[in-house]
Design a binder for this molecule. Structure first.
Ligand code: 5RP
Length: 242
């Protein structure tokens, strides 16, 4: 099976968790797109749900499928957000933002009662950081922001190349919010919480792609089948080990 087929399988499992009347956060990326596609089928079959999209791309897809949409101003509290991830570890800590939508994704996920991550097995890692950490920054003072990120990340044990993300045309990539993305190739992030704290000190940082303590469940699809992980169960198991 291809990576895309695994992504589809995870989305198919996720759709089983959707019940009529749910207020849903709709993620961004190719895995989330499978979920939105399947949700569109449910809506076409008569299910009533309302979705809050995390990007213009997802909004366009959902509109084309006639999924009823709202904003967080209309409904500031959602039942469930379903979204993909670039990496997830065994504690359901995530790196997100490969698609550049991390800010809206984090706002929507934290406005939801629960967040469900869907992914293929290649995203599961022991230590976060092989995937360059996306950091959304304002355009003003870009070099100064980059330098401060370098210094404070190093204090948090993370060093590596930090690059301005470029679009396919070779121009700086601009997010839906009018900001830029710095991709931080740290290789490994041994202490994501320390890095999270460090990045909060940088005024030019709008948000970063570490999702810590946000995901409640994960559906991971691969050759061994579909695995459902639950953050609460993982915490209980970890507490029992100590
Ligand atoms: C977008 C994201 C995506 O969820 C992440 O990049 C995974 O993408 P895909 O499902 O295409 O592998 O965070 O900002």
């Amino acid at each position: 099976m291809s990576a895309d087929a695994w992504k589809r399988a995870a989305a198919e499992k996720a759709i089983e968790y959707i019940t009529p009347g749910m207020k849903l956060g709709l993620g961004t990326g190719s895995t989330a797109a499978h979920f939105v596609d399947l949700l569109g089928q449910k809506v076409a079959d008569g299910m009533t749900v309302v979705g809050v999209p995390t990007s213009e791309a997802t909004k366009n897809q959902a509109e084309a499928l006639s999924i009823p949409l709202a904003t967080l101003d209309d409904i500031p509290f959602l039942d469930l957000t379903v979204d993909g991830a670039d990496e997830l570890d065994d504690r359901l800590r995530l790196i997100k933002g490969g698609g550049g939508a991390l800010l809206r994704e984090k706002i929507v996920a934290t406005s939801s009662d629960r967040m469900l991550v869907i992914s293929d097995f290649s995203k599961r890692v022991e230590t976060l950081g092989s995937f360059p950490l996306p950091v959304e920054v304002i355009q003003f003072g870009l070099r100064a922001t980059l330098q401060l990120i370098e210094v404070l990340s190093s204090d948090a044990g993370c060093e590596g190349d930090i690059a301005v993300r470029k679009s396919r045309e070779g121009k700086p990539f601009i997010t839906d919010n009018g900001n830029m993305i710095l991709d931080c190739s740290f290789g490994r992030i041994d202490d994501p919480e320390a890095l999270d704290e460090a990045l909060k000190y940088v005024p030019g940082v709008v948000e970063h792609g570490l999702f810590l303590g946000i995901a409640d469940h994960a559906i991971i699809s691969g050759p061994d089948g579909v695995v459902v992980l639950d953050a609460e169960q993982i915490e209980i198991a970890a507490a029992e080990e100590h």
